[in-house]
Design a protein around this ligand. Structure first.
Ligand SMILES: [Mn+2]
Length: 354
């Protein structure tokens, strides 16, 4: 067998040989959990933040972590650089998230969720604090004083749940509601991302603890502002499908015309990916400053995180993003070339294996 082939390692390892590495991995995770809980127990005041333009996982994780720390008798502040998107404003405690561009005060630690750098928060003043980084992105980085990155976690909320369990905390119905939301959103309704058997076990635990799956789905999937659908309509009129690749975009003028908010762009890319036979999709958003924000999605095994990272962004293997220079049509050219190359490489691999 050719040792360079990717199958070599997996086939050469026996089950016995794989055991220690999975044990080592869970030991490393256990060490991170213990180290983070030590910081929590020793401190009094904590700041909790997530990335700019927060999504369901960011908001749900922030809120649940805040509840955990309060249960441990700590004081907390929740800060976001951007407004909380409409679907998550009714989550328990969401009205306690302060919107600010700068943070200051006395904190024993600032906990950053879902971030690969300080810059991802766009908050100023964070570098003054002891930093704890909790993330599940494939492009996660150890930028903080204490880092726990679990690329197998379905959501950052899943990691918060593990902290709560290790702390011996009670998962209240409010906490369960926030955590279930993180799971539902980061798996697109249990249909992509790191969905595995354990994801459903976690969902079951959260429903048992009081999360209402029907009410949560209604709040996040069936309470869409009209502006979002009008913007989606504008994007769909421009949908182009070329073999296994699909793309669509909105101009800044579309945003203004439909009265759309920034978070109305969320999920538009999934419409392109949902086309039969499409393996990779991109949604382009022309920003007011002339830059273009790209949302990339793929069906396994095309790795869009690698493409996003090469363009200065990041994300997961099948869901990633980045912002590049405009104008729109030149940004489109750049990303289509990248995606065509990735798809061609992938198809070459498949053909060689037959
Ligand atoms: Mn996430």
């Amino acid at each position: 067998m050719n040792p360079a082939s990717p199958n070599f390692v997996a086939e050469a390892l026996t089950t016995e040989e794989q055991e220690p590495s999975s044990r080592a991995r869970s030991r490393a995770a256990g060490d991170s959990v213990a180290a983070i809980l030590k910081v929590f127990r020793q401190g009094e005041r904590f700041l909790i933040c997530a990335h700019t333009r927060p999504d369901g996982d960011s908001v749900g994780s922030m809120l649940a972590l805040g509840m955990l720390l309060k249960q441990m008798g700590k004081q907390i502040d929740l800060v976001s650089a951007d407004q909380i998107p409409a679907p998550y404003r009714d989550l328990p405690g969401a009205d306690g998230i302060r919107v600010a561009q700068r943070v200051s005060g006395v904190y024993d630690a600032a906990i950053l969720l879902e971030c690969d750098s300080l810059e991802r928060t766009t908050l100023r003043g964070l570098s003054a604090f002891f930093l704890v980084n909790i993330d599940h992105h494939i492009t996660g980085r150890t930028f903080a004083d204490l880092n726990w990155i679990d690329r197998d976690a379905a959501s950052t909320g899943e990691m918060v749940y593990r902290l709560a369990q290790a702390a011996g905390a009670t998962v209240t119905a409010e906490m369960a509601t926030c955590l279930y939301t993180t799971l539902l959103m980061d798996t697109g309704g249990f249909s992509y991302g790191s969905v595995r058997e354990s994801t459903f076990a976690l969902a079951r635990d959260l429903v048992r603890a009081g999360a209402d799956p029907i009410a949560i789905a209604r709040d996040v999937f069936f309470s869409i502002p009209a502006s979002r659908l009008l913007l989606l309509g504008a994007a769909l009129r421009r949908l182009v499908c070329e073999g296994s690749l699909a793309w669509l975009w909105v101009t800044n003028h579309d945003m203004e015309r439909t009265n759309a908010a920034e978070d109305d762009c969320e999920g538009i890319v999934n419409s392109a990916l949902s086309v039969a036979g499409v393996q990779a999709a991109v949604f382009l958003r022309e920003l007011p400053d002339g830059h273009v924000r790209l949302s990339l999605r793929s069906k396994a095994p095309v790795n869009v995180a690698a493409i996003a990272e090469s363009l200065g962004g990041g994300g997961h293997m099948n869901a990633a993003g980045c912002t590049i220079n405009g104008p729109l049509q030149s940004a489109l050219k750049v990303i289509l070339a990248e995606l065509r190359a990735a798809l061609a490489a992938q198809n070459g691999k498949i053909e060689r294996s037959h």
